[in-house]
Design a binder for this molecule. Structure first.
Ligand code: PEP
Ligand code: MN
Length: 364
């Protein structure tokens, strides 16, 4: 159920409705919109009489939401969610298309710094790099764990890039939350409901990747898990699904971008690296992702892909990433959006760095 408050409802009236909801053993999610506040109700038993709220002061309308997802839905919030960061003007879901770039895994300080220098110069605002790697084989590189997170924190300080890195379980989540600006939940964990709930209790935005066989509804329900715990800063990511096609690692399902945007206010970005698994397809699919209306890209870039410890085949050489950025920048313009310009000296942009302790600003 969803309660739409009147445009001029006071903060107190909103509070009173929330208290009433909580007194029934349910959870209230007051989401301010451009025109009015809407209050989503979640909980295990949703049998509530609409009449309970109809007559309360400041209430405009009580709506039954028939879809299984409520908080992610445009029914609750009509306008797009913009995920913001303290001390930075980078966003997800705003006019600027967000670009996250960096290696699959943090392998060493030197490797991470070399990658960061190049992607920052090319105009990326966010740096990726796994410190915990969910690998298919237990015998391949598993990541540097907390040492990797410390390197990532140094990258932020040195280059002013915001850090996106994956948590693979509840234990790593605690550390990732401490060091990163965005917590990534990988495709293999999209339905790890315990991890989703814990991520919902963190104060950092969450980048949720689509499971490799997840339907649109399952994808949105996974985001609903995070939001239902009170974290409204969720960024969705299409990264390809398993199909019979064998010319790529996965089949990048770009049609999910407009499908998500129709149903949800959350930003959605595209991962053409895992989506194709092949370096020569990353730039064409990045162009397509921007053209289809994605709010961002996450791209693997390695200073020496031929010797990468993971996903070398799909990692771009830094000069390829330079070209990719120049191309998508032009495509973005057609859609009246932008992508940050090249930066001559990324070290001079330290002011953009975010302090470790700062939390995210709530979505508008
Ligand atoms: C990654 O981004 O490095 C990763 C493991 O991605 P996915 O979860 O989409 O496979
Ligand atoms: Mn990878």
């Amino acid at each position: 159920m969803l309660i739409v408050m009147k445009a001029h409802a006071s903060e107190e009236q909103v509070q009173r409705v929330c208290q009433k909801i909580e007194s029934l053993g349910l959870r209230a999610h007051a989401i301010p919109g451009a025109q009015r506040t809407a209050i989503g109700i979640t909980g295990n038993q949703l049998e509530v009489e609409t009449g309970t709220f109809d007559e309360m002061e400041g209430v405009q309308e009580v709506i039954r939401v028939s879809k299984p997802y409520k908080l992610v839905s445009r029914d609750l919030k009509e306008e797009d969610t913009v995920v913001r960061f303290p001390n930075s003007d980078a966003t997800f879901g705003g006019d600027e298309i967000a670009v996250i770039a960096g290696p699959c895994a943090v392998e060493s300080r030197e490797q991470a710094f070399a990658a960061a220098d190049r992607v920052a110069r090319a105009g990326a605002r966010f740096f990726r790099g796994g410190a915990y790697k969910p690998r298919t084989s237990p015998y391949t590189f598993q990541g540097l764990a907390e040492d990797g997170l410390k390197i990532l924190a140094e990258v932020r300080d040195r280059f002013g890039l915001l850090i996106v890195t994956e948590a693979i379980d509840n234990e790593s989540l605690e550390l990732v939350e401490k060091y990163a600006d965005v917590v990534q939940i990988g495709a293999r964990n999209m339905q790890n409901f315990s991890l989703l709930k814990h991520a919902g209790r963190t104060r950092k935005p969450v980048l949720l990747k689509r499971g490799m066989s997840a339907t649109l509804e399952e994808f949105l329900m996974a985001a609903e898990y995070i939001m239902s715990e009170g974290n409204y800063n969720v960024i969705l990511c299409e990264r390809g699904v398993r199909t019979f096609a064998d010319h790529t690692r996965n089949t990048l399902d770009l049609s999910i971008v407009p499908a998500v945007q129709r149903l949800s206010h959350l930003p959605i970005i595209v991962d053409p690296s895992h989506g194709t698994g092949k370096r020569n397809k990353v730039t064409p699919l990045s162009r397509a992702a921007v053209a289809v209306g994605a709010d961002g890209l996450i791209v693997e870039v390695h200073p020496d892909p031929d010797h990468a410890l993971s996903d070398g085949n799909q990692s771009l050489y830094p000069e390829q990433f330079d070209d990719l950025m120049d191309e998508v920048r032009q495509i973005a313009k057609v859609l009246h959006r932008s992508i940050a310009d090249r930066v001559a000296d990324p070290g001079a942009h330290r002011a953009r760095a975010v302090s470790l302790s700062a939390g995210p600003v709530t979505a508008r």
